[in-house]
Ligand binder design. Structure first.
Ligand SMILES: NC(=O)C1=CN([C@@H]2O[C@H](COP(=O)(O)OP(=O)(O)OC[C@H]3O[C@@H](n4cnc5c(N)ncnc54)[C@H](O)[C@@H]3O)[C@@H](O)[C@H]2O)[C@@H](O)CC1
Ligand SMILES: [K+]
Length: 500
């Protein structure tokens, strides 16, 4: 279940389902039943349920849920946004099967209820909520009652995770078939509350036929590409990562990247930079090699002597980062570009793109957070949701883009993208990004393709942060990786996934 479907892809699946013997009515019945079951499981004490029903199929699901909840002995009322006669298709069928009380939404307040089921709008939201619908959700929100959202909280755009107008925050969201981007991208993720994904009988072949290019970042996405060390291998079979280090008083970031690369599985890691900086590194690291490079241009000669080197440039790079980037792109088998690179190329994304384009066969992964992304692209940068922007940036740069945050998106120039949902809030700490660049380079060094290496690095990074727990500092992350890898490897051996 790792595909994520956009609202139009979901609608496309809906259109294709009857040809595979699954009628829309069956899907709606199953969806409404799943909503009712989730309500009963989560709020067994709730006796009185108010269902807010909208004018489309989301409302249709609401009418089914109302019937099922009433059948299980709950007192249920439907507050309808549109008169029953105005409903069409499956929703009209389901409304006709509902024989309990139905009030115009303006007349139904949530005062006498224990639970609100929000079936106003789902994937069909076409404009910001206004008027009587906005008023109704305002009253529901003010009531303080728990809210179960059908498919998505009403007012939330399922594709972007944003709400252009009023939105009804949910305690629990029950969605169907596959997650939508809005369940994972903030602020949507927070507005959904807990998310339950219900199987409503949509055939897997129908979903596959839609050809989704967006995925949940889970091991199932990249497991088959994950490097397995060769028992007879040499350390250089696992690649050599070269990290450009900035000056003496800014060494921490490069060192975190180097340690991340080493823990990420690179066979050897070298920090290259000015001698004064290397003396500082020498006081901290043992397994990492140190190679003097007085100027960034010296990287050309260092890289020329390596058969398979992955370069990391950006963490704590300081002055000369542009020259170091040039040397890395010219001489390394793959590059991870981070941090100071986005300052050096601020407002000049095309200059970076042109450099990357000179070596089209060599993978490049860029790992900006939102601020760096904005700095690099400046005015006229990619627009839309976080997913849209990461995809567009990958296309423009010809590089794999890791747009970091609590909902990190990895996008490939070939159109694939993945959204992560496992980063705990305490991962937002100084230096965490440098370690991520290192994890990614460590996987690239072992020959993992760029999109898979970047998605795996992001997932492992989140798991390492969970492993450490609150109080984490970035220095803890490399050391937390072995436990995560051990667990991951054992679930692979068992043929399972460490998360659903
Ligand atoms: N895709 C599937 O496989 C399934 C979809 N189902 C449900 O169908 C929903 C999608 O149904 P629809 O496409 O009918 O869409 P919705 O029910 O979300 O809403 C569509 C209706 O709302 C109107 N509308 C949109 N924005 C409005 C606004 N701001 N103010 C007032 N009216 C507005 C539209 O003109 C249209 O009449 C899903 O969210 C899900 O709940 C389920 O029945 C199960 C199967
Ligand atoms: K809804």
């Amino acid at each position: 279940m790792i595909e994520i479907l956009s609202c139009s892809e979901m609608a496309e699946a809906d259109r294709r389902a009857p040809a595979e013997g699954v009628a829309g009515e069956m899907l709606m019945e199953a969806a409404g039943r799943a909503v009712a079951e989730a309500a009963l499981a989560r709020w067994p004490q709730a006796r009185r349920v108010l269902v807010l029903a909208g004018p489309g199929n989301n409302g249709g699901d609401g009418y089914v849920a109302a019937r099922r909840l009433a059948e299980s002995g709950r007192t249920v009322a439907v507050a309808a946004l549109a008169p029953v006669e105005a409903l069409r298709g499956d929703a009209a069928v389901m409304a006709a099967r509902w024989s309990g009380p139905t009030l115009p939404i303006g007349e139904a307040g949530p005062v006498d209820f224990d639970l609100v089921v929000d079936a106003l709008f789902g994937a069909g939201l076409a404009r910001p909520l206004a008027g009587v619908a906005a008023h109704a959700i305002g009253r529901a929100a003010d009531s303080g009652l728990p809210v179960l959202a059908v498919d998505v909280p009403s007012g939330l755009n399922g594709d972007t995770g944003a709400a252009a107008g009023a939105v009804l925050p949910a305690t629990l969201t029950v969605t169907f078939v596959r997650l939508k981007p809005g369940h994972l991208l903030y602020p949507g993720r927070a507005l959904c509350g807990e998310v339950v994904l219900a199987d409503i009988g949509m055939p897997g072949s129908v979903v596959a036929g839609v050809g989704a290019r967006t995925f949940l970042n889970r091991p199932a996405l990249w497991r088959t590409a994950f490097p397995e060390p060769n028992p007879q291998g040499h350390k250089y079979d696992r690649g050599h990562v070269l990290v450009w280090s900035g000056p003496e008083f800014a060494t921490g970031a490069a060192r975190l990247a180097a340690l991340g690369a080493a823990r990420g599985g690179a066979g050897a890691v070298t920090l290259a930079g000015p001698a004064a900086a290397l003396r500082v590194h020498a006081a901290h690291v043992s397994a990492i090699m140190l190679r003097p490079a007085a100027r960034p241009d010296d990287l050309h000669a260092i890289l020329a002597g390596r058969r398979f080197a992955i370069a990391i440039v950006g963490p704590g790079a300081g002055d000369g980062v542009e020259a170091a980037t040039d040397a890395a792109l010219a001489g390394a088998a793959a590059c991870v570009l981070d941090a100071d690179v986005f300052t050096a190329f601020a407002d000049r994304p095309n200059a970076l793109r042109d450099r990357i384009a000179e070596r089209p066969a060599r993978p490049v992964v860029v790992t900006p957070h939102e601020g760096e992304f904005g700095r690099l692209f400046g005015q006229g940068g990619p627009a839309g949701s976080k997913l849209d922007r990461a995809r567009e940036a990958a296309r423009r740069l010809g590089a794999t883009v890791v747009l970091k945050g609590p909902d990190t998106v990895v996008a490939s120039p070939d159109g694939r993208a993945a959204i992560a949902d496992n980063a705990p809030p305490w991962l937002a700490t100084a230096g965490a990004g440098d370690t991520l660049a290192g994890f990614c380079a460590g996987l690239l060094a072992q020959g993992m393709p760029a999109f898979e290496a970047a998605t795996a690095a992001v997932w492992l990074h989140g798991e390492a942060a969970r492993e450490v727990g609150p109080g984490l500092i970035a220095d803890d992350l490399p050391g937390a990786l072995p436990a995560v890898l051990r667990r991951f490897q054992s679930t692979v051996a068992e043929g399972g996934d460490s998360q659903p």
